[in-house]
Design a protein around this ligand. Structure first.
Ligand SMILES: C[S@@+](CC[C@H](N)C(=O)[O-])C[C@H]1O[C@@H](n2cnc3c(N)ncnc32)[C@H](O)[C@@H]1O
Length: 308
């Protein structure tokens, strides 16, 4: 994972206490670390990084009410929520599930970008693009249709691993991603005709009706809570017969939950219903883990659908 985000409080003493607290936390002395962080936020009450660190330690200590208070303070101190404190509030059941803060996603992936490929491929055994590629080939073969596409859009394109997997089967890729750092890496691959720094929903809204024959989202829908709006836009932007292929993390229940890894997990019934509501036809819904966490495969689904 990238280095922890640090937003200075502007108070040198409070910042130093935060640094000492981090050292104590790394050495496993959580109680002393929490004490120091309490001192830091007393000195600098709008010190988002200290509140956030305190929330995580309180949670680790099993002090959930105190964790909730600290995460709420972190959100108040940084309304953009670059640390993602609201995701911890959702995970603790203190807030309803809602969209991931855009600034959090951007900050996370901007930090991650320079070593993303190595971290994902080597450390997490990431295999989303190749699983999607095989699934698209097999769906198209079963439908007796070619698996070649002229105009494709890669949602949450990241560094370009998805476009690399499909490079021989797509004439022209547009990549859309929230993170300028990831887009910079994607640009260096030379795989994209166009790249946009944007939210995928905004990016799709700007596209003409029936202007793409393939839409890909590899390990990107896991950062969206409700997929309805994006899939409705996918349905509008695809040509008749066009294909959408994406992965999600999943769980045994019906709807959407937030997982241990702070990504959303979408239940199979939710995926079926949302694909149908978007006017798309499900071609394949396969169980597949696209990455590991602590060497354990994370339960996931590969979804291929088409526009009639
Ligand atoms: C785990 S990476 C996957 C990247 C790439 N698709 C791949 O397979 O390697 C997720 C990417 O989705 C992007 N992302 C997350 N939410 C997004 C959103 N709402 N709009 C656009 N991009 C988003 C992130 O910035 C990140 O680059």
């Amino acid at each position: 994972m990238p280095a922890r985000l640090f937003l200075s409080s502007g108070d040198l003493v409070a910042d130093r206490r935060y640094e000492f607290a981090r050292d104590l936390q790394i050495r496993g002395d959580l109680i002393a670390a929490a004490d120091l962080l309490e001192q830091a936020v007393e000195l600098a009450p709008r010190f988002a990084s200290a509140w956030f660190a305190l929330g995580k330690i309180r949670h680790e200590l099993g002090e959930n009410e105190a964790a909730i208070t600290a995460f709420r303070e972190a959100c108040a101190a940084d309304p953009e929520d670059r640390h993602g404190a609201s995701l911890h509030l959702m995970q603790l059941g203190a807030e309803e599930l809602s969209d991931m803060p855009k600034a959090y996603v951007q900050t996370l992936f901007d930090q991650y970008a320079p070593r993303f490929d190595q971290a994902l491929l080597d450390d997490l055994g990431y295999r989303g693009p190749s699983i999607l590629f095989k699934a698209v080939l097999s769906v198209r073969a079963a439908a007796k249709k070619p698996a070649f596409f002229r105009r494709a859009i890669d949602l949450g394109c990241g560094t370009g691993l998805g476009a690399a997997a499909f490079a021989k089967n797509v004439d022209r890729f547009i990549g859309i991603d929230l993170s300028p750092g990831m887009i910079e890496q994607a640009r260096a691959t030379g795989l994209y005709a166009e790249l946009e720094v944007d939210d995928m929903l905004n990016g799709l809204r700007a596209k003409d009706d029936a202007s793409a024959d393939f839409i890909l989202a590899a390990d990107a829908m896991v950062y969206l809570c409700d997929l309805a709006a994006v899939l409705a836009e996918v349905g509008r932007v695809l040509v008749p017969g066009g294909v959408v292929a994406f992965t999600v993390e999943t769980h045994d229940g019906e709807g959407v939950v937030i997982g241990e890894g702070l990504r959303y997990a979408h239940g199979a019934p939710y995926i079926r219903a949302t694909i149908e509501a978007a006017g798309l036809k499900l071609s394949a819904l396969q169980v597949a883990a696209t990455r590991n966490e602590g060497r354990v495969p994370v339960p996931g689904l590969v979804v291929i659908a088409s526009k009639s």
